[in-house]
Ligand binder design. Sequence first.
Ligand code: CA
Length: 179
Amino acid sequence: MGQTRSTHTHTHTHTLIHYSRGVFNQAELGGLYKRFRALDRGRKGYLSGEEFLLIPELSINPLAQRIVRMFEAVNFKEFVRLLSAFSIRAERDNRLAFMFAVYDVDGDGLIGREDMALMLRQLAGSSLSEEDLGDIVTKAFQEAGPSALARGGLDFEDFQAALADVDLDPMAVEVPREW
Ligand SMILES: [Ca+2]
C-alpha cells in the first residue's frame, strides 16, 4: 500500500472511540483504518458485503452472512461499531444487544417465529425441511417460557435471560493489533 493522506482529525478519532464504546484505542483505530482502506477496492469510502467478508476472522463467523445482509455497504464508522461489538472486550450487554439486532430480522423489537425461521433457513439452507423447521421454532418458544409465547417473541430481556449461562467468548471475533 502507498502512503495516503490520513483523514483522521483529532475530533474524529474521539467520535470513533465513542462509537466503538471504548473498545478500541486510538492506535487500534489507526490500524483498523488502514485495514478498511486496504479492503475498500476503488476507494469508494465503504465496503461491499463481499469486501467485508474478506476479513478472515469474520468470514468464519456464523453471524457474518446475516450481518452482510443488514449492511449492504459498511462505512468506516459502521465498520468500527461492528468490530467492537464482536470484540471479547465489549461489555456483555452490548454484545447481546448487537446479537439481538442481528436475530431480529424484521426489526420489530421481538425475536419472533418468522425471525427464527429466517435465521435457521440461512444457517441450515435447504438441508432442513419445513416440518423440522417448525419443530425447532416451537421448541425454542416453549423453552423461552409463557411470557415470550404470549408476546409472540422474545424481547431483549427474554433474550438476556435465555443466554444468561452462555459464554459469549467463542462467538467473539478479536481484531488483531497488527494487521
Ligand atoms: Ca422480529
